[in-house]
Design a protein around this ligand. Structure first.
Ligand code: PLP
Length: 378
């Protein structure tokens, strides 16, 4: 009999939803046309792109023309940060970000630092929250952009973006948020949040990999990073990934229309996971803030190694992460766990469990039981 696999790594990626698959199918086959061509047969692809743009805009409270298609969260983050910075060449300008951002943000910032820009990496408290006071102190007359993530990919903490963006705007500074882990999982209204730039990635909410979007508030100017044709208002050149675009829109519409059911489902699983942990013999701590993504839980187990737990669970068909997937080749503590100042005897034993649509309470309980057995056997 085939071994039952428990997939609990939805923060790394999610399976392609059936809505996305169905929507993509025609554009992988019969409607293969390049949307930029002039003949009538390409009309279907052109229309599909614009319909998808409107659907995505509606899901986050944006205007259709504020949505730009990209190749994913990494490109969106790079574009928001470098595209803003490149408007101020050869000037000693400052960017403010946090210590717990994804590497797509951190490495975009370090790239700019090498070019002469100043970057302030704000510390977080033990729950991973950027405080308003710390943020206010970092602001200067040279600040040209703030980039703070909406929800952290390792610990699930949701940052107080509305408050931080409002402070940035009082100082006439644009605000970018990496919402890759949040879009499709929590309710998002860009006007309500008050952000100027927002990054998203399709494969985190049931869409295809290599597809994402950047919300650019009307009036917010960005330099283009890709030179070429006139696609995306001549700001992001390259023939559109039509299937990817319609797949992303279908997945987001599906997730957004069932958001409260989705949240309820994940909260129930989360509660079962925590209840099972409380009843277990494990010596653990839960990382992150109370206001967090419902499906993502980071725990640190005393006197063990996250790497060892991951491999032992894998042998049992349970798939989890130690930190973010992009860090999986690194063996040292992730920068996020380091920034939380977790006592070292716990920090080394950190794992991330992230549930999704097809997860169940049984999965959550089975993971805790497996962890308990592994730790007893060590
Ligand atoms: N930002 C965050 C918070 C992420 O979690 C990820 C992916 O894990 C990215 C950016 C990069 O997104 P993508 O995989 O679409 O390039």
């Amino acid at each position: 009999m085939a071994k039952r696999v428990i997939y609990a790594d939805h923060a790394a990626t999610t399976p392609l939803s059936s809505a996305a698959q169905t929507a993509m199918q025609p554009f992988l086959a019969t409607d293969f046309y390049n949307p930029s061509t002039k003949y009538s047969a390409a009309q279907t692809a052109r229309c599909a792109i614009e319909t998808a743009r409107k659907q995505i805009a509606d899901c986050i409270g944006a205007l259709r023309e504020e949505i730009y298609f990209t190749s994913g969260g990494t490109e969106s983050d790079n574009w928001a940060i470098k595209g803003t910075a490149f408007r101020y060449p050869n000037q000693k300008k400052q960017i403010i970000t946090s210590q717990i951002e994804h590497h797509a943000v951190l490495n975009s910032c370090s790239f700019l630092q090498r070019m002469g820009y100043q970057v302030s990496y704000l510390p977080v408290d033990t729950a991973g929250i950027v405080s308003e006071e710390t943020f206010k102190k970092a602001l200067s007359s040279d600040t040209i952009l703030v980039s703070i993530m909406l929800a952290n990919n390792e610990i699930g903490t949701i940052e107080p973006i509305k408050q931080l963006a409002s402070i940035a705007h009082q100082n006439d500074i644009p605000f970018h948020t990496d919402a890759v882990q949040a879009v499709g999982h929590i309710s998002i209204d860009v006007r309500e949040l008050g952000v100027d730039l927002l990054s998203a990635s399709a494969h985190k909410f049931g869409g295809p990999k290599g597809m994402g979007f950047l919300y650019v508030k009307k009036g917010q100017n960005l330099e283009s990073l890709l030179s070429g044709g006139g696609q995306e208002h001549a700001l992001r050149a390259g023939t559109e990934n039509v299937a990817g675009i319609v797949g992303m829109a279908a997945a987001l519409v599906e997730k957004s229309s069932a958001l409260s059911t989705h949240t309820q489902h994940l909260s129930t699983i989360r509660n079962s996971f925590i209840a099972a942990l409380e009843q277990s013999s494990l010596d653990y701590r839960i990382n992150g803030a109370n206001i967090c993504l419902p499906g993502t839980i980071s725990i640190s187990i005393r006197d063990t190694s996250g790497e060892l737990l991951l491999h032992r669970l894998d042998l049992q068909g349970i798939q989890i992460a130690t930190g973010s997937a992009c860090d999986s080749k690194e063996t040292q503590l992730s920068h996020v766990i380091q920034a939380l100042h977790i006592p070292v005897e716990y920090a080394n034993g950190t794992i991330r469990v992230s549930f999704g649509t097809e997860s169940s309470e049984e999965d959550a309980i089975a993971i805790v039981h497996a962890l308990e057995k592994i730790c007893q056997r060590k």
